[in-house]
Every structure is written in C-alpha cells, then in structure tokens.
Design a protein around this ligand. Structure first.
Ligand code: TNX
Length: 740
C-alpha cells in the first residue's frame, strides 16, 4: 500500500514538474524526475566538443549571474557538473532507429549533475538554451538580486525541431541599425532557437553593405536627406540619414551569429527596390522616359535587364559578397518590380524581341535565371520572394519565400521549389498588433495569437513530397515605420517572434494557444525583460458600461494603472483594483505596466463618449485629390477615412478647414499621415489658425506629423501649410480632432 502511495505521489510530483516546464519554443518531450540540481561554487563544466564555443557561451552567461566560478575540467567529472557531450554516434544513422535528428538534444538534469547530449554543435547549443530557460530569468542579464534559488528541477528533455529553417528577416535599409544593435538582435533570436537571419541589406532607401569595387553604393547610396542622391524618407526629414556596414563589420557579425548557430542569409533586393543603386550609378537604370512608380511610390528604381554591363556589375558585387557570407543561400529579392520601367526601355524591348518574349514578367524570369547562373558559379543557390515564380521556370534549387499568402507557398511547392512560409498575415511584424497601434495593416492585424496559429504545412492537401519542400518558417520586420519611437524594433518583434519560433520548432499536436500564452506571460515576459528586450506588453480591454469604467486585465496578475484626467498613466498613477463609477469616462486612460519599466499602449474606455466636435466645414486646398481618398473624407468626422493628394507636395501647398460658424474649442489636434500608420504626413510645415477667416496666427511646426492648437477664442479656420515637400510621394491628411 505504502509503495503504491509513494508511486502515485512521485508520479504526481513528476507530472506537476513537467507541467511547470515553460520553455519556449515548447520541447517535444519532457519527463520530470525526482530531485533538484543545485548550482554552487564547486559546480564544474566539462565539454568534449572540439570547439569551445558552446562552453564559453554558457559560461559567459552563468558566471556573472550566479557569481559562481564554473571552472572547466579536463576529465568528465563524477558529481556536481554540467557536461556537454557531443557525439555523432547519437545521431540518426541508417542502422539505428531513435537517434537524435539534426539540431536535436537530450537535456538530463539529476541531483548529481546536468548533461546535454547532441549529435551536432547546434543541438548542444539548444540544450543550453533550454537549460537557461529553466533557471531564474536573471541568468540573461546578470542582474541578480542575491536571493535567487540557483537550482533546477530534475528532468529529461528529448527535443528536436520540426523545421530545419526557423528564420527572422530584418530590413536595415529603410531604418538603419548599427552593428551592435544587429548583434543584440541576433542574441535574442538565438535565445528562441531561431537559426537563420535573413538580412535585407538593400532597398530603395539605402544600400548598406560596403562593396569595394563600387564605392558609390555606400558613399552615396547609403545616405538620404538634403543634398543627397536619395531623398528623405520615412521621417528622416531635413537631416542626413543613413549608414552602412564595412566588410570587416559584416565578417564580425557573421562570426558572431555562427557562434550562436545562426546562419546569415544576405539579401540584396533586385531588380526592383533599387533606387539606392540607380541614384548612385544612374547607368544601371533603364533608358527611356518612364514616369511609372513602384508600389512604394519610387520611380526609376529598377535594374535594366537589357544592358549587359549590369550583369557584369552584379557578378562583381556577388563575388565580393560571397566572401563575406558562407551561407549556401543568397537572396536576390525579386519583389514588386515596376514593369513600366522595362516597358518603356529600348534595351529591354530589344531583349524581349531577341528572346521571343511576349510578357514583361518573362524579363523578370530572364533576370532571375541570370542571377541563378551567376550565383551557381560561386557555388550558391538562389533565393527570392514569391514573384520569382512568375514568367517562367526556376532551377529546382532556387528557394522561394512565400510572403504574399499561404497560397503562394503552396503554388511554389507545387512547382517543386523549396519554400519558406512567411505569409504577411502571420509573419509580418511591421503589421499592427491592435487597431489603435502603429503599424501597417495591408496584411491585417497580426496579433500574437494570429502568429501562433500558423501551420506552415497546414491543411492544404500536399503530397508528402510537396510538404517536404516546405523547409521552414520566418518572421519579418520591414522598417519603414521603425525610425521612432526608440526600441520600437523590440516592441514589434517580441513576443511575436516567440510564437513563430514555436511554430517552427514544436510538433503541431503539442501546440495550444492558451497554454502558450500562459507560458509567455508567466515566464517568458520575465526572461525577455532580462534579455533586455523592450517587448510589447498587452494593454487591458477597457469598457464603459452602466455608468462604470471596467478594465479587463490581459492576465490575472497584470499591473494596470489609470488616470482620470486624460493624461498618460505613469508608474505613480493608481493601480486599477475594480470598476470605477464615473460620469467622465472619456477622461480615463489605462495602461499595463511590466515591472515599472515597460508600458503598454495607452487605452481609453470603449463606448465612452468622446466629445469631438463635428462642425460643418469646407475644405480649400492647393492640392489635387486622389479620387479614392477625396477631400470630403476630411469632414465626415470618421477618423478612419482620410485624404490623399494625387501628387507629391511642394513648398507652399496648403489645406484650409473653414468652419461655417466659429467653433469654441479648448484643443484641436491635427494629425497628418495615414491614421495609425503615420506614413505620408507633413514633415516640414506648420499650422495656422484664424478667428475671423482672414487674419491667421502661426501655430507650431509639425513634429512627426502632428500639431496641437489651444485657441483663445472661437476659431473660424485652421490651415496646414507645407514649408517643403514631405518625404513621401503623396500627402495624407485626417479629420481634425476638435475638443470642447
Ligand atoms: C512589401 S515583402 C515589401 C516590402 C515592404 C513591406 C511592408 C516584400 C517582399 N516587399 O518592401 O517593406 O511590404 O509590409
């Protein structure tokens, strides 16, 4: 009887310990065991790996956090140890079942010691990552309080990834991130067992890699602003903006990533998205007088396919770059080519004729095939965005990155191409995370739950051969919107990358949203905090119902603070404890705080009456309207609808809101740019206001597209004036927010 009881009891203990393992991405098999391993000053490290890289990596985290010395031993220790045990024997070989797959590991923790077994260095590294996540979160920062319990529960994890490709893409062209930031970004990826870094190094708005043979690519093409060959973009305004990586810096970053078992796949975006090139070397562009614009509103940004010299230049660029990047794969972009450039170019037209092509996308395929050949000569396989499927066949080795939809990924594998699934609606971290937050929305709102719900193989009926062509999944951060605020890069990436990491690593049958979310908020927030990530903290949902303001906490122990005077909550604002009866719900503001340092988006109660005035207004403007976004959108007082100019604005362009009757307002907020995206606002300009409709008083200059006016008397008119062109190809304006 006693035995039975103790058996039940141990099983219970073991089960609950297994349930407490909150590692992200979730390991594929966890068995809890009895006891704990306690780290102390005599704990030794031993590794049989030829390279000391994993061992040093582990030690560099453990020593500062714990204060223990973690001496390394020459022989396998008998007690109180951490052993890294690498042997190819543990791998799958034809004669043996149940071996460890690539990147797999076994983490064994007993009271005596910790062993990580793997058949490759990456496996050892991932065993280390799981171990770190089982320890107090301060292990990542070294900011120990001195009260941490440096012990871990005994268990055995046997784990390996679902996909061999678990990636993250960062666009460093639109916003430039210095080498130190890129390294930090790589560190964070490694903590999540992400193993590919797709580095989007060039785009219209900046070329970011030093090429010795073509120095203008960076001396000119890496800079935008007044007097530069590239005009200001994305809020860079009147300052010179840019930067690039030297070849030495790139090598250093590639080596840094390799130590973290991350392969860097470079991308130079071709043949479109190439304004930085054509502005620096104008001969690269097509001849002919094309005035067409790319989707992003950039003209003359395409490599001419008809000029043979361009392929020599590309080969030279590739030759320098392959020396920097050992990856077998090289990404050449291929997306969103503005074909009017080729349509109007005599060289491209002559080439079409010569090759007997009928459609302009055949020119794209021609270009792509030439790039395949250039890369093949250097021993590389080509990768590109899903547009490269158009206009003809590809080499079977060419890898397609499906970004527009899951369907594009399916089309790609159906055509026999190795494919990375990264559909925007799940994987684009430049998309907004809720309606009110900044971000793009062309692929919808990408919540954490949405990212988590992706299954890269999914429900599509694929043959097993086709399914095998899906080599993995990737998150992406495009950075048109990331110049500000500070650390927005963290906010957009995390925790969504944690979700994609689990999509890429964990067997689908083990995934469960509610349980994942619980791991994120109860353990991973604290880890990310100590990793130094300013991640997105979820805001509360706040409603005004039956005379009371009620906040629903994003998780039960969330610290939500509020104000009742329209100001943003601070760490000194009261903590929300329960519903608040009020007749001024519209003045309340709420935010979730994480450890006083990270604050969520500030939210207002839903359903409260926001007293924006809606005076009858006439618009007078110097700008032609885009008929799809007409001037009348500015006077419907629906804040989602907005105005777009037909053309790029010039200094002196204006728009006046003329009220039928003077309006008494305590405050008028003028926001420009697309609502909640903040693209195409006024970057250089000011607001004026008038009490009589004739004489105007100059208000403030626009700062990040916004001006606030506090009128002394009833206002008759408000006018926005551009003192220079803005940095978009159009201007977008919104309804006035007029408060009584
Ligand atoms: C489309 S994704 C693009 C990028 C933009 C992005 C914004 C892709 C291959 N092209 O140039 O930055 O949308 O979400």
């Amino acid at each position: 009887m006693k035995r039975v009881f103790s058996l039940i009891f141990t099983t219970f203990l073991a089960l609950s310990a297994a349930a407490q393992v909150s590692v992200i991405p979730k390991p594929n098999k966890v068995e809890a065991e009895e006891g704990r391993f306690k780290f102390d000053n005599n704990t030794t490290l031993f590794s049989n790996e030829k390279s000391s890289s994993n061992l040093e990596y582990l030690k560099a985290l453990l020593v500062p956090a714990t204060g223990f010395s973690f001496n390394t031993t020459k022989e396998g220790p008998a007690d109180n140890y951490i052993v890294l045990d690498l042997s190819e024997q543990y791998g799958i070989d034809p004669g043996k079942e149940n071996g460890l797959p690539k990147e797999g590991y076994i983490l064994d923790i007993s009271a005596k010691g910790i062993t990580i077994k793997a058949a490759d260095g990456a496996g050892i590294f991932y065993g280390i990552q799981s171990l770190l996540q089982l320890m107090p979160a301060v292990v990542y920062s070294g900011r120990s309080s001195g009260h941490e319990d440096w012990s871990v529960a005994a268990l055995r994890i046997e784990d390996s990834p679902r996909f061999g490709y678990r990636g993250m893409m960062l666009d460093v062209s639109r916003t430039f991130f210095d080498a130190a930031t890129v390294k930090k970004y790589i560190d964070w990826m490694a903590y999540h067992k992400i193993n590919k870094f797709h580095w989007h190094l060039t785009d219209d708005n900046g070329w970011r890699v030093e090429i010795k043979k073509y120095p203008l690519l960076t001396s000119k093409g890496a800079w935008r602003g007044p007097g530069e060959v590239l005009s200001a973009a994305f809020g860079s305004g009147k300052t010179r903006y840019g930067g690039f990586y030297t070849q030495e810096q790139i090598k250093d970053i590639v080596a840094y990533a390799a130590k973290r078992h991350i392969e860097i796949i470079p991308e130079i975006d071709l043949p479109g998205h190439s304004k930085a090139v054509t502005a620096s070397y104008p001969n690269v562009a097509c001849d002919g007088n094309d005035t067409g614009l790319s989707v992003q509103g950039v003209g003359q940004n395409v490599w001419c396919v008809g000029k043979e010299a361009n392929f020599h230049m590309l080969e030279n660029i590739i030759k320098e770059m392959v020396k920097l990047f050992p990856s077998k794969n090289f990404h050449i972009g291929g997306d969103e080519v503005n074909y009017t450039s080729w349509d109007n170019c005599p060289h491209c037209q002559a080439l079409m004729k010569k090759e007997g092509m009928k459609e302009h996308d055949e020119l794209l395929n021609y270009f792509v095939r030439r790039m395949e050949a250039i890369l093949e000569k250097q021993g590389k396989d080509m990768s590109g965005w899903d547009e490269i499927l158009e206009g003809g066949k590809l080499s079977p080795n060419s890898r397609v990155y499906a970004w527009r939809s899951v369907a594009k990924g399916i089309e790609s594998v159906t055509k026999g191409q190795p494919t990375i699934m990264m559909p925007g609606e799940y994987c684009y971290f430049d998309m907004k995370q809720s309606k009110e937050e900044r971000g793009h929305n062309w692929a919808g709102i990408v919540t954490l739950e949405k990212s988590y719900s992706l299954d890269p193989i999914g429900t599509a009926k694929l043959s097993s051969e086709q399914a095998n062509l899906i080599v993995g999944v990737q998150g992406a951060l495009w950075t048109e919107l990331l110049g500000w605020p500070v650390r927005f890069i963290d906010y957009q990436t995390y925790p969504r990358l944690a979700a994609i990491a689990e999509v890429g690593w964990t067997k689908p049958e083990l995934k469960e949203w509610g349980e994942f979310y619980n791991r994120v908020v109860s353990s991973h927030f604290e880890r990310m905090f100590h990793m130094g990530i300013a991640f997105r903290v979820p805001p509360p949902v706040v409603k005004f119902e039956q005379g009371a303001v009620k906040a629903e906490l994003p998780y039960p122990w969330a610290v939500v603070r509020y104000t009742s005077d329209e100001s943003n909550p601070t760490v000194h604002s009261p903590v929300y404890r329960g519903e608040i009866i009020t007749d001024k719900a519209h003045k309340f503001r709420f935010a979730t705080f994480y450890r006083d340092e990270l604050v969520s988006q500030v939210v207002k109660p839903e359903n409260a009456e926001y007293k924006y005035l809606k005076p009858v207004t006439t618009i007078i403007t110097s700008m032609a309207e885009n008929p799809k976004f007409p001037v009348k959108n500015l006077v419907d007082y629906k804040f989602e609808t907005y105005f777009r100019s037909e053309k790029k604005i010039v200094a002196g362009d204006y728009l006046t809101y003329l009220f039928d009757e003077p309006v008494k307002a305590k405050r008028v907020t003028i926001e420009t740019g697309i609502p909640n995206i903040s693209f195409y606002g006024i970057t250089e300009g000011y607001a004026e206001y008038s009490y009589d409709g004739t004489n105007y008083i100059r208000g403030d200059d626009f700062v990040r597209g916004t001006v606030v006016i506090y009128p002394q008397k009833a206002v008759k008119a408000i006018r926005l004036v551009a003192s220079d062109t803005n940095d978009g190809h159009i201007l977008s304006l919104q309804d006035l927010r007029i408060e009584e």
